[in-house]
Ligand binder design. Sequence first.
Ligand code: PLP
Ligand code: TYF
Length: 400
Amino acid sequence: RFENVSMAPPDPILGVSEAFKADTDATKLNLGVGAYRTEDLQPYVLKVVNKAEQLMLERGENKEYLPIEGLAAFNKATAELLLGADNPVIKNGQIATVQGLSGTGSLRLGAAFIARYFPGVKVLISSPTWGNHKNILSDAGVPWSEYRYFDPQTVGLDFKGMIEDIKAAPNGSVILLHGCAHNPTGIDPTPEQWEAIADVLEEKGHMPFFDVAYQGFASGSLDDDASSVRKFASRGFEMFVAQSYSKNLGLYAERIGAINVILPTADLAARVKSQLKRLARPMYSNPPVHGARIVANVVGDSVLFDEWRAEMQMMAGRIKGVRQKLYEALLSKDKSGKDWSFILKQIGMFSFTGLTKSQSDNMTDKWHVYMTKDGRISLAGLNLAKCDYLADAIIDSYYN
Ligand code: PLP
Ligand code: TYF
């Protein structure tokens, strides 16, 4: 029976953490997975999360099943956080929100909806993108192809290529877009470029599918980081938006997020929501409650909400600090005159260094710096004390 089962390859991102654990060298540095660390390189539980959990304990909340669509207070809070509470889409009930198993599970539910209701419709994803996007779409049976996004020459956005590829896709395709802090490149379109992307999608009758995994983490402002999504919503697009609280509330293992579908009428929103529930039911029946309550408590309480924003700015600020320090270290150590300023231009948790696979291997094999083989480093796993060491490792790998 099972003899024909072969060994699956390790996940290209989570597998890096496993290799890191097995390394006994004291200088080792894990810049693989996108998970926030303190300046002491320890995992961080937000104080505001502890406070919300304390409140939950005091209230003696029970562990009964949630409805299939999740916790009502969470679904309301998450849609309002995304669009702004006074957004007409929310006021008019034009949004179907279903709690999901973090960003991944929410994307998977959206993909399942596409497979069922738009069979054969292709999803276009950026090249490169978060590796799991391909797995999620393929496993849901949704065909996908890539649009150009990263230009290695400028270490910036290949905007012309992106627009060309989106224009060349069959009318009515789905275009997967990172709401902010593009993973893995750290390069986002400018507001003007977002406007032009929206123009092309409109012209082609394409539907946006936003993946919002870093709201608040890119700029430190929840509203600014949602501006791409809000722009498309105000232009009247029908669209999917997946949300995750893994990064911005540090709730990685609680698996809390949501899938939202924005629609022209409340009636359609109700129908779409009923079908999302129908898809969720045979997959996992109903979602977990703990993370949903934390989010609902933090977003729903003005004191905790302000504390959350301050902690998010602290996290985003620490990452900006190591970004700056790493840049300065590279600038002072590298005598070749290479322009490293792309590091400062990239935003969010990551820097896309331009290191090739073999150079990335050198980073790991010689310097014990663990990173993904696409040349991405997670600055969230770096501290000020290790910037000089990392700069030495990058320069050695780059020129050898
Ligand atoms: N989408 C992107 C672009 C990501 O980087 C991630 C990883 O955090 C996710 C989605 C989903 O992560 P999670 O399932 O932990 O919410
Ligand atoms: O890109 C990252 O590092 C994060 C974490 O299957 C992650 O998104 C990586 C792989 C994965 C789930 C989350």
